[in-house]
Design a protein around this ligand. Structure first.
Ligand code: PGA
Length: 251
C-alpha cells in the first residue's frame, strides 16, 4: 500500500537559527514515526543548517523550487544538482505561488520535472484551481491540463517516484480547507488520469498529497479518504507543535 507522505513547506520564512531550532524540535518529536514519510522544505538560505540538524533523522529535506539547467549564467537561480549537493532528496515544483507571482507555467513545470528526475530528486508536482476556476466549473479541466502538461514526456520509470500535491489555490493560507469530499473528488480524478497515462500498477502506487490550510484538527478526516495519501502543509508546518500533531493525527 501507499506510505503516507507529509511535507512542510516553510515558504519564505525562518532565519537560519530559527530554522535549525525548528528542525531539531521536529527531529526529536518525530523520531519514532515509521509509518509516515516526512519532509521539510526550508528556504534556500537555511538548507545547509537544516541539513546538518536532520542528518541521520527520518526527515527528508526538500527544495521549494529550482531552475532546470545544471549550471551557468543564470543569476539568482539554483540548480537541481545544487539542491542535491546540499542534501535535498525532494523538490516542490509548480507551487501555485510560483505560478501566480513568478510566472511559472505548465511548460516550465514540465522542464523542471524532467530536470528533477535527471538529478534524482523526487519532485512534488503541485496542481490546483483558483476560486474563480472552481466557481465556473473549470476545476477538473484545469487539473487535467496541469497534470497532463506537467507530465508530458515523463517516462514510466521516472514517474514511479513522482508525488503530486493537489492544492486548491483558494484554500492556501486562507484558513478555508477543501472538504474531504471536495479534495477526494479531485484526488480520484488525478489517480484516474495517472491510470490513463501510466497504467494501473503505477497509479496504484502514486502518492497524492492534499495541501491548503491543513491543520492538526482536519488531518484525520482528510487522510481518511481513499485517494488522499498525505499533505503538503504551509502555515501549520512553521511550529513544531502543530506539524508534529498533524503527523501524529495522520498515523
Ligand atoms: P497552507 O499552505 O497550509 O498555509 O495553506 C499550503 C501550501 O501552500 O503548500
Amino acid at each position: 500500500m501507499r506510505k503516507p507522505f507529509i511535507a512542510g513547506n516553510w515558504k519564505m520564512n525562518m532565519l537560519t537559527a530559527e530554522a535549525a531550532t525548528l528542525a531539531a524540535q521536529l527531529a526529536e518529536g518525530l523520531k519514532d514515526v515509521k509509518d509516515i514519510e516526512i519532509a521539510v522544505a526550508p528556504p534556500c538560505t537555511a538548507l545547509s543548517a537544516v541539513a546538518e540538524v536532520l542528518s541521520g533523522s527520518n526527515i527528508h529535506l526538500a527544495g521549494q523550487n529550482f531552475f532546470w539547467e545544471e549550471k551557468g549564467a543564470y543569476t539568482g537561480e539554483v540548480s537541481g544538482l545544487m539542491l542535491k549537493d546540499i542534501g535535498c532528496s525532494h523538490v516542490i515544483i509548480g507551487h501555485s505561488e510560483r505560478r501566480q507571482y513568478f510566472g511559472e507555467t505548465d511548460e516550465s513545470v514540465n522542464k523542471k520535472l524532467k530536470a528533477a528526475f535527471q538529478c534524482h530528486l523526487t519532485p512534488i508536482l503541485c496542481v490546483g484551481e483558483t476560486l474563480e476556476e472552481r466557481e465556473t466549473n473549470k476545476t477538473m479541466s484545469v487539473i487535467e491540463r496541469q497534470v497532463r502538461a506537467g507530465l508530458s514526456g515523463i517516462t514510466r520509470a521516472d514517474a514511479r517516484s513522482l508525488v503530486i500535491a493537489y492544492e486548491p489555490v483558494w484554500a492556501i493560507g486562507t484558513g478555508k480547507t477543501a472538504t474531504p469530499e471536495q479534495a477526494e473528488e479531485v484526488h480520484k480524478k488525478i489517480r484516474e488520469m495517472s491510470v490513463d497515462i501510466y497504467g494501473n500498477d503505477l497509479a496504484e502506487g502514486l502518492r497524492i498529497q492534499y495541501g491548503g490550510s491543513v491543520k492538526p484538527d482536519n488531518t484525520k478526516e482528510l487522510m481518511g479518504k481513499p485517494d488522499i495519501d498525505g499533505a503538503l502543509v504551509g502555515g501549520a508546518s512553521l511550529k513544531a507543535e502543530s506539524f508534529i500533531a498533524i503527523i501524529k493525527n495522520a498515523s
